[in-house]
Design a protein around this ligand. Structure first.
Ligand code: T3D
Length: 263
């Protein structure tokens, strides 16, 4: 991907893993329009590139992302909030959920406001010990957006989500691990390596099975038991027809590591 297309964002590829780094550390990676445009483009690029099988989303410096750039909101010509949400934020979180490749959120510091929403929209999260999660919208007289009111109760439960949304409760990394919002907490210095390793391990899976699994997990949050069983059967039929399934079975019987090619 051409670097000049991206503003305040790094897109780096290492084998089957793309790392997207929000890169405005002086403003705690607060989201401006150019950064939001770049972020959407980066997820689209990860979707287009057949070699990419997993994505890491992280922030440069001491924060993951402090949400909407509040200075930009005061600029003349700033879009109406509903327009900004419909045309910039919602397409980003929708692209993240629709991306047929798992996204690991490497939460390296504070994730606030829409930055917390980005963290929630990842498929799984690993956090640095200094990380924290705060909806923060209430402090500026707004409501949680970018999918946070849908994702947070499903991830941490209705009661804690309400406390975070209504009472401004923030979660430390350790608390986030205890309530299951993050899978693991590591020392700050270990986060880049730990998140790369996690993404690389995911990327060893069959791409078709990964995409179908991501979809099935998402659907299960809205579906009935019967609908879920039916979707699992349909998706399994698709996965079962892939050459990767055949390869996986043969590799097991031949006691070797499978070589999944996404076919
Ligand atoms: O389009 C729309 O508006 C709709 C969408 C809204 C979604 C939202 O995200 S609303 C919520 C917006 N975010 C916030 O309210 C969080 C604001 N930031 C903070 O509360 C604090 O910065 C933190 C708790 C995240 C961290 O505090 P601290 O003490 O570690 O750092 P700091 O000193 O406050 O910030 C460091 C710098 O980053 C500072 O710049 P300076 O003074 O050194 O030049 C600060 O202004 C800047 N910064 C931090 N957050 C933002 C920001 N600049 C612009 N926008 C920010 N959100």
């Amino acid at each position: 991907m051409a670097a000049q297309q991206l503003t305040d964002l790094r897109y780096e590829v290492d084998g089957p893993v793309a790392t997207i780094t929000l890169d405005r550390p002086a403003a705690l990676n607060a989201l401006t329009v150019p950064l939001k445009v770049s972020l959407l483009e980066a997820f689209r690029e990860a979707g287009r590139d057949r070699e990419i099988r997993a994505v890491v989303l992280t922030g440069a410096g001491r924060a993951f992302c402090a949400g909407q750039d509040l200075r930009e909101r005061l600029e003349p010509g700033a879009a109406q909030l509903d327009v900004e949400i419909r045309e910039r934020y919602n397409p980003i979180v929708t692209a993240m959920r629709a991306l047929p490749k798992p996204i690991v959120g490497a939460i390296n510091g504070v994730a606030a406001g829409a930055g917390a929403s980005l963290a929630l929209a990842c498929d799984l999260r690993i956090a640095a010990r200094s990380a924290s999660f705060a909806l923060a919208f209430g402090r500026v007289g707004l409501i949680p957006d970018s999918g946070a009111t849908w994702l947070l109760p499903r991830l941490v439960g209705a009661a804690l989500a309400a406390e975070m949304a209504l009472a401004g409760r923030s979660l430390s990394a350790d608390e986030a691990e205890r309530v299951g919002l993050v899978g693991r907490v590591v020392d700050d210095a270990d986060l880049p390596e730990a998140s790369r390793e996690l993404a690389a391990r995911i990327a060893e899976g069959s791409p078709v099975a990964l995409a179908l699994t991501k979809r099935a997990l998402q659907r299960s949050l809205e579906a009935t038991w019967a609908e879920t069983l039916e979707y699992e059967a349909e998706a399994q039929a698709v996965a079962g027809r892939t050459a990767d399934h055949d390869e996986g079975v043969r590799a097991f019987l031949e006691r070797r590591t499978p070589d999944f090619r996404g076919e």
